[in-house]
Design a protein around this ligand. Sequence first.
Ligand code: A2P
Length: 334
Amino acid sequence: MKAKKLAIVGATGAVGQEMLKVLEKRNFPYDELVLLASARSAGKKINFRGQEYTVQELKEDSFKGIDLALFSAGGSITKKFAPVAVESGTIVVDNSSAYRMDPEVPLVVPEINPQDAKKHKGILANPNCSTIIMLMAVYPIHKLYGIKRIVVSTYQAASGAGAAAMQELEDQAKAMLAGDQPPTEAFPFPLAFNVFSHNSSLYPDNGFNQEEVKMVKESHKILGTESIRISPTCIRVGTFRAHAESIHMELDREGDLDEVRKALSGFPGVQLKDDTEKNHFPMPLEVSGQDDVFVGRIRWDLGDEGHKNLQLFCVGDQLLKGAALNAVQIAEIL
Ligand code: A2P
């Protein structure tokens, strides 16, 4: 059998580093590994599976002989280098938003639409982190009853904005506790001890930001239907790497909470954390570093007439199921 050569584009970044851990944990099969990043990181040594790798600068000829490349270096790098990679015969799984809405590019959550992966023409896209985490909690219920409408509020960690943003959150916390001015470069405002509307730009015509519109459009593409109305509010909170979401769903028909719990706990990649007695529900601190999306606070809307309006709270690790893990799972399908 021909040796399989794998590349990570953005290997020094927050998601790239998690990709390496996920590949190791899942014993992903490959014969050779190439780590690519910007010129700034060229020559840097990374130890992985007992071997020392030297990071190489990403260039147009980096993809010669590479079978599969996992990209996580931002949209503009993907736009520039993914077509070059495909031209060299490399299959690309991309974590940026560059190709997600391209009709030729499958957008895949392996537990939900694995069949779409097979239709790829060289590039596959990993969905937005908030979209993946929401759909993991919503899809088992959609399969059970059908969903008319979703109202969702996110509580998003710093990791979605990369390694520099995570470092900035730590530096801000230290600075503020010391009574100093917090550094703000990665985000427009201090994130430590704070909450603010998602930093992606706003569409002036409807008042929604890019992150919120991604959640709507990507969910429709993954579920293969535009019939579900989705209304998100995306918020950044001062946590490091797990996103939380409060979700309200209007169902097509009346539901049953035991059935809902059964559907969620039986769904691969989802775990219930719904301890009403101890008031202990999913939390970023406990979910960080875990593969699964955790769901709790499962209840009917107080104003619900009949059981058609369901509410829940979920948390997923943004760097794992929201990015690196989902990308490696897509690669596993291939
Ligand atoms: P580098 O560390 O050399 O800057 P994050 O999302 O955590 O910010 O990580 C972004 C990743 O994308 C890093 O690995 C970063 O490499 C990489 N990257 C950024 N700009 C480029 C570029 N021009 N060419 C290749 N890789 C890049």
